[in-house]
Design a protein around this ligand. Sequence first.
Ligand code: GAL
Length: 376
Amino acid sequence: MLVNRPPMGWNTWNTFGWNISDKLVRESADAFVQLGLPQAGYQYVVIDDCWSKKVRNMENHRLEADPDKFPEGMKAVADYVHSKGLKFGMYSCAGQRTCGDYPGSFDHEFLDAETFASWGVDFLKYDFCYKPQGIDGKLLYRRMGMALRASGRDILFSACNWGSDDVWSWIRSTGAHMYRSTGDIFDNAESYRKIVMSQLDKLGTSAPQCFNDMDMLTVGMYGKGLVGTTGCNETDYRSQFALWCMCSAPLMLGCDIRSMDEKTLKLVTNRDLIRINQDAEARPPMWSHHMWMDKQITMMKHLDDGTYAIAFFNMDETDAENYMTFSDFGLPASAGWDVETRDVMDDGEVKTWREYMRVNVKAHDCKVFIAKLVRQ
Ligand code: GAL
């Protein structure tokens, strides 16, 4: 199965945690389509932890859906999601129990993969809680990688060991298509910044077929739901979304999409940002700090058509003028090229710069441009 672009979709966990049901998933699939998310590239509707009975079937040892939450069983949910033209994702865990204390797939990998395939699952998030002591975590991802491929169905393998055991150095070899690289996200500025800053120098191994997953987005949650904490405002959501796009990270929405507000919808369907995220080359951004203000981050990313994405992030509490010297990213003043930029988040302004760029960025905010080189 080829996974050429960072996967895009929606996952239940950030907002709903264990509070999930057939009704919620169907309503969310409806909203997904009504909002036009598929046209923007979103595809997967994923049920996270807490969907199963507390124990396996005693006779055939299979996992079974909780009949209170999913009275018609999982196949019916998958069929509904598919009927909307969407893909269906589920969750299990490499350990004996899931993080929410439901049966994990340890030592049942092939049986579970077969069950998921029989239900019509297209995506499996695979967590890391309750791993038996003394068993190599890497081996458990190898097992599920094989089991999914043996299942007879194309199932995207979304590994989630929170970045342990230097995951980026071996996960691609297990057949995984994306891999969580950090602990869980929470809906506040400190959390998404910490995640991104911890990964910027580890994106070298994130590439088509196996992407660094910086976790589900909190964009649009405004503090509501399981990982809500203090919540962010629109400004932080702009920065969070733009950072995920600059890093070619999977875009898995985590808010309640049934009540997504206009601003969030506009942001998460911004064509240019998604074009940057989905760039076929998926190169990591080159990045640096402002010379003396370490909360001003600048980035430049090669795009597949010879253009560039340029971004400025102001992670400070006050508005600031941000500064980028093109020579820091490979364009010396002597080269004879200027840089023409188009603002893709605000006014669409087109401007030409020589040697450097200075832009005002509000506290917590960002500016993103698509740029090309023009002869002087
Ligand atoms: C965590 C994981 C979360 C969510 C949760 C479910 O380990 O990082 O994204 O899946 O488990 O219990």
